[in-house]
Design a protein around this ligand. Structure first.
Ligand code: BGC
Length: 768
């Protein structure tokens, strides 16, 4: 191997490995075992462990796997991202990241494999519990805080799964076929935000293909977009087993192929360098970035870190409490009175569902039981617990159910725990429906028939359809997957010790068939067409004016809030500063998630009626009011303009609405935004309408047009008394073809000269 002193000039990562042999450099680009890289020369090894909701550090001697099947060291099982997103609380998510970083440090882990930030395109997608939201802004903002918190503890994040990995079906072979606009505006936008604002140490490329090209071999994705456009400086790591040919992957911009394999890939890379199929520089770049990652982790390592299990459990409970969404609460069914007679029904009251299967699976330090936690929170209450469902298996189901119904009838309130089982949702497969079991729906219905004050507590990873239980349950509590402190957190909300402030991060539709992606999921013949384009989640439900069971951003509180006085001002850099007053109009302290949505009804491209552009939690005592300020970055107003292959802010009067959910908007103002001065050069292929819109060329062509089509004289034989709108009728004609019809009036050369003159005065911008 030629020392790389010269060739690595200006490539600082490459310089780190310039003195290593070819063999050593190659070994850096692959795993040493299931969860660590090779130590080579001065380059240390780094350990990479899942993520995202707790540490999954397995004992290699006992066997490691990427599905969380074998045990791992005890770690705090924090709420899953499905829950964390429902906090809408960046400061809290940062604390989650810090705690994860601390546990990782104590275990000698340099990189935590998370967070997962793929967009919830379809409610059936099997790993939605590991992802945040159907909305890229909410996802991006919260994940930025997660990464910042984690990395502040000297542990790197691995932002995953890059990119357009929105289903589990055929996850290794399926191609996500996505048009440029939805790709940029929906699927890449959160990645872009986190990369640019939090600078994760690594990004994990996913198994799937994007528009036919495997992500692990996609140079456009890994180099052009990630490194060149977004200035990502970290290492690109493969998902476990995502690499088919390491040579092609390195050429595309991948650095680390995980986990260790048979040695075949190393041989391929060596041979490719020897035969000039892979440049020494490409290998040095990849190995150098792995070396940088390992060195950064080694420098930041704090092996003497200790953490307190009780303290982290308390944090898990706090986050879980803030994640819970009170979806419905008729007649003040909740909170429970301290001396209430309560019937607790359903298996999850005793064995809570708090996480899901797969690589995110954690061996918790302890698990709170909802029934026990409620009993200790309400010592004066009379609580009867009946599992009602699990006994079915041993033939006693009917008896347990009868006892449960009797307990419900005799109580003041019945709390019924429902939701899919762990076997129904896990990494590796999608669901084919989003229904609660018939048994759970019947249980809620039958309990409600004897007890009008029936509360349904829903534990679930992916979204479940709630329309079948809404008519029966007086109150509905969304407990998603809350981690090991689920029991305590549910008790906190049921008793009112925590006033719920969670908001759903994914629309609950009336029917699965209403989901925008319904017909294009999970795809055919290894291709998934993202046919709904940008209309994902609430963008799609709103654009089609569909009724939904619970809209994006929805969540109730035990108090109420009023909104007034929205003012929007434009800053010098084009951001929008929002200022309004929020008042707690109820009788107890509470927390409101103030949400700002923006729409542009005059847009020249199809757009959702409104999009989330800012949010801010605010805590208020009863009767208290506060001034809430939020900023909408100009970049967030932009859409991806396929014509210029770049972001563009359109000029116009935007509608800014602020409220309590995407469909509970309380105050609205219009604000004029000056658009980006972006125009495409005019050519003979431009449309006549485009040419007419130009001040220079438009004048010339307008005169020609007026001469060709003088205003028609009124003619009784024609029913068209208003004349014809010529520009509208022929405006789509390519100007070259229009010129051909002009004969001597204008030659092609003259037209080209006019367009050239017009172009010299136009501002043209590419992607930024
Ligand atoms: C998952 C990743 C995970 C990796 C390592 C893969 O199956 O897709 O999310 O980080 O395994 O466990």
């Amino acid at each position: 191997m030629t020392p790389a002193a010269d060739s690595s000039a200006g490539r600082p990562d490459a310089a780190l490995v310039g003195d290593l042999t070819l063999e050593q450099q190659v070994s850096l680009t692959g795993g040493a075992d299931f969860l660590s890289t090779h130590a080579v020369g001065d380059v240390p090894s780094v350990t990479l462990v899942d993520g995202p909701a707790g540490l999954r550090m397995q004992d290699l001697d006992a066997g490691a796997d990427h599905l969380g099947l074998r045990p791992s060291i005890p770690a705090t099982a924090f709420p899953l991202p499905v829950a964390v997103a429902q906090t809408w609380d960046s400061a809290l998510v940062r604390r989650l990241g810090e705690a994860l970083g601390t546990e990782a440090q104590a275990a000698g882990v340099g990189v935590l494999l998370g967070p997962g930030i793929n967009i919830k395109r379809d409610p059936r997608a099997g790993r939605n519990f590991e992802y945040f939201s159907e909305d890229p802004l909410l996802t991006g903002v919260l994940a930025t805080s997660y990464v910042q918190g984690l990395q502040s503890r000297g542990v790197g994040a691995s932002l995953k799964h890059f990119a357009a990995n929105n289903a589990e079906h055929e996850r290794f072979r399926s191609s996500s076929d996505v048009d440029p606009r939805p790709l940029r505006e929906i699927y890449l936008r959160a990645f872009q935000r986190v990369v640019q604002e939090a600078r994760p140490w690594s990004v994990m490329c996913s198994y799937n293909r994007l528009n036919g090209v495997p992500n692990s071999e996609n140079r456009w994705l890994l180099t052009r977009v990630l490194r060149e456009e977004w200035q990502f400086e970290g290492a690109v790591i493969s998902d476990w087993g995502a690499v088919d040919d390491r040579v092609v992957s390195i050429r595309a911009g991948l650095d680390l192929d995980m986990p260790a394999g048979s040695g075949r890939q190393e041989a391929l890379v060596r041979s490719a360098v020897e035969h000039g199929e892979l440049t020494a520089a490409d290998l040095e770049d990849a190995a150098g970035r792995v070396a940088r990652l390992a060195a950064t982790a080694a420098t930041a390592a704090r092996p003497d870190t200790v953490w307190d299990q009780a303290e982290h459990h308390a944090l898990a409970r706090e986050i879980a409490g803030r994640s819970i969404v009170l979806l419905k609460n008729d007649q003040g069914t909740l909170p429970l009175r301290p001396d209430a007679r309560v019937a607790l029904l359903g298996d999850f009251a005793v064995e809570p569902r708090f996480q899901a299967g797969g690589s995110s699976h954690v061996w918790a330090t302890r698990v709170d039981v909802p029934a026990d936690e409620l009993a200790s929170a309400l010592p004066d209450a009379h609580i009867v617990v009946e599992r009602t469902t699990v006994a079915e298996a041993d033939g006693n189901g009917a008896a347990a159910r009868t006892r449960g119904l009797e307990a419900a009838r005799d109580a003041d309130v019945a709390v019924v725990f429902i939701g899919p089982t762990g076997a129904e949702e896990a990494e590796g497969f999608d669901r084919d429906h989003i229904e609660l079991s018939d048994e759970h729906v019947a249980l809620v219905r039958d309990v409600a028939a004897v007890q009008p004050r029936t509360v349904a507590v829903v534990m679930h990873g992916g979204l479940v359809r709630l329309a079948p239980v809404v008519p029966f349950a007086a109150a509905i509590v969304d407990a998603s997957l809350l981690g090991q402190a689920a029991g305590g957190a549910v008790a906190d909300v049921l008793t009112g010790a925590v006033n719920p402030s969670g908001r759903i991060a994914e629309t609950v539709p009336e029917r699965l068939e209403d989901a925008p992606s319904y017909l294009d999921f999970p795809g055919t013949a290894l291709h998934v067409r993202y046919g709904e384009g940008i209309f994902v989640g609430y963008r799609g439900y709103d654009a089609r004016g569909l009724a939904v069971t619970f809209p994006f951003g929805h969540g109730l509180s035990y108090t109420t809030f009023g909104y007034s006085g929205l003012r929007v001002t434009t800053t010098a850099s084009g951001d929008l500063d929002l200022d309004l007053t929020v008042v707690n109009t109820g009788t107890r302290a509470g927390r409101e998630i103030v949400q700002a949505y923006v729409g542009l009804s005059t847009s020249t491209v199809p757009r959702a009626p409104r999009e989330l552009m800012a949010f801010s939690p605010v805590e208020l005592d009863a009767g208290e009011s506060a001034d809430v300020t939020m900023t909408i970055g100009r970049q967030d107003l932009a859409f991806w303009d396929v014509g210029i292959d770049g972001w563009r802010v359109e000029g116009g009067d935007y509608t800014v609405s602020v409220g309590s959910s995407s469909r509970d908007l309380r105050v609205t103002v219009a604000v004029r935004v000056v658009g980006d001065d972006v125009s495409r050069p005019l050519t003979l292929s431009s449309s006549l309408a485009e040419v007419l819109a130009d001040p220079v060329a438009g004048q010339v062509f307008g005169t020609v047009l007026a001469a060709m089509f003088p205003a028609p004289e009124s003619d009784a034989r024609s029913s068209d008394t208003g004349g014809f709108d010529i520009v509208r009728m022929i405006g789509s004609t390519p100007v070259g073809r229009f010129v051909s019809s002009l004969g001597d009036r204008m030659t092609r050369e003259q037209a080209e000269a006019i367009l050239e003159e017009a172009n010299s005065g136009r501002v043209t911008t590419g992607s930024s």
